[in-house]
Design a protein. Structure first.
Length: 216
């Protein structure tokens, strides 16, 4: 069973794999496994422990988003540790492309009166725009190197946030991004990518067939 590989002793890694599976459009194959793993990590307190004690922006924001997307209560206070003494998000985060993108996506899951997520959205959007502009040599962040495929992924996210995108279009975009990113992520990621491509093509053929049937 593919989801068995997601059940890593590393809670953050388990959640990351679940997120990858979901964004590759494969979650409908593993709905029960995903809910079981998320519930187990949440009820045991392991997920909360990781989020509270981890200081990696990508990991904290990604876990916050995944659990909220699945209906679990996650406090937005987990982002307070990324603020400085002046009450603003630390400028040292401005070069963390993956972290900023993760926080940007998480911020759209804000609830009323969660001001910190509004601030997170504004901060991450500002610096993500600066990062993708850095390649023209006119940005003050020109020394920050953002890989072309990541820059394209960020640009897509800024144009169409994850919660607004058309699902199958979002899957296609993520497969394109992950196709280049997964080259440094091991056999497990390559297996997921191959499965996602086959599944996507199968569904596309099915949809075409259904359209043809309707037009007869």
């Amino acid at each position: 069973m593919l989801m068995a590989t997601a059940a890593s002793p590393d809670v953050a890694e388990t959640v990351r794999v679940i997120d990858v599976i979901t964004r590759l459009g494969l979650s409908y194959h593993f709905e029960e496994d995903i809910e079981f793993l998320l519930n187990q990590m949440f009820e045991s307190g392991e997920a909360t422990k990781v989020i509270l004690h981890n200081h990696d922006l990508f990991t904290v924001a990604m876990m916050f988003r995944v659990f909220r997307q699945h209906g679990y209560e996650m406090s937005c206070d987990v982002f307070q540790k990324f603020k400085g003494g002046d009450g603003r998000f630390k400028e040292t985060l401005s070069s963390d492309a993956m972290g900023l993108l993760s926080m940007y996506e998480a911020a759209f899951l804000s609830l009323p009166n969660e001001d910190i997520l509004d601030e997170a959205l504004e901060f991450s959007m500002l610096h993500l725009k600066s990062l993708i502009m850095s390649s023209n040599g006119n940005s003050p962040l020109e020394e920050v190197i953002v890989a072309p495929h990541l820059r394209s992924h960020i640009a897509n996210a800024l144009r169409m946030p994850i919660h607004k995108e058309i699902p199958r279009y979002g899957v296609h975009q993520f497969i394109t991004y992950f196709d280049q990113e997964s080259s440094k992520s091991g056999v497990q990621e390559e297996s997921l990518l191959r499965f996602a491509k086959m599944d996507y093509n199968r569904l596309q053929n099915l949809y075409r067939h259904e359209v043809c049937e309707c037009l007869r």
